[in-house]
Ligand binder design. Structure first.
Ligand code: NAG
Ligand code: NAG
Length: 220
């Protein structure tokens, strides 16, 4: 009988120890792989090249890069290049955080407006620069809402609505910084940090050559 109880006790402790194991990541793990996949509807079934970009909606270099990336996605998604765009709000852009919140709000409420909304914010980028520094967050949210209405999100939104997305914005920011992103545009291909930051932009032809090279190369 004594032996029996000792065994039961030992088993209980072992189970408890297992049950106490905790995975405790240093940053929150996003529920899904973050980002917006461009040209997802035409993406080949098999992803051969994973192209990940970090942009910011108030960043002039991101504005120049954005049409190039849209063209890359359009032409290369059918060939198996998955282009994912993440937003990385920069602390030295006064309204970057608000713009990113609004972008996630629109993406969540009507995904088909995500790209038109980004287009529209970039078109109006001057309004988000230093000259608008005097606008309060509420005033700037009103402006972001007007821009959303102009691309077809008729209801518009207010500060309360977009603040519901502070979690995803933060999680994406941490995801980015943990991987070494420190500016925009910033690129990863197949998880390798290309180390290209905000110092200028790259043409469509440059990306096309590079991606074609990867697509034609040997599989490891
Ligand atoms: C989403 O936006 C599209 C394009 O403007 C529109 O046709 C559609 O009705 C919208 N859907 C919702 C649920 O708002
Ligand atoms: C604005 O905020 C309130 C909460 O204070 C909310 O109930 C309302 O639906 C929001 N959105 C719009 C578009 O008015």
């Amino acid at each position: 009988m004594v032996t029996f109880y000792v065994l039961v006790l030992a088993a209980t402790i072992a189970t408890a120890t297992l049950g106490n194991e905790v995975i405790n990541p240093v940053i929150p793990v996003p529920r899904r792989r973050p980002g917006v996949i461009l040209s997802e509807n035409t993406l080949a079934k098999k992803v051969l090249v994973d192209f990940e970009v970090f942009l910011e909606l108030n960043c002039p270099d991101s504005k120049v890069t954005w049409p190039v990336l849209k063209r890359v996605a359009q032409d290369f998604a059918p060939k198996g290049v998955r282009l994912t765009v993440n937003q990385f709000a920069l602390p030295y852009h006064q309204y970057g955080y608000l713009s990113t919140l609004a972008y996630y709000f629109i993406n969540n409420n009507n995904a088909s407006l995500t790209v038109p909304y980004a287009d529209a914010i970039f078109e109006n980028i001057r309004e988000f620069g230093l000259r608008s520094w005097t606008k309060t967050p509420i005033e700037m949210t009103k402006r972001l809402s007007e821009i959303a209405v102009s691309v077809g999100y008729e209801q518009g939104f207010n500060t309360t609505d977009i603040l519901a997305f502070s979690g995803p914005v933060r999680t994406t920011w941490k995801y980015a910084t943990r991987r070494g992103v420190s500016g925009t545009p910033w690129y990863f291909i197949n998880n390798v940090d290309l180390g290209i930051s905000s110092s200028g932009t790259l043409s469509y032809e440059t990306w096309a050559d590079y991606l074609n090279g990867l697509l034609m190369g040997k599989k490891i």
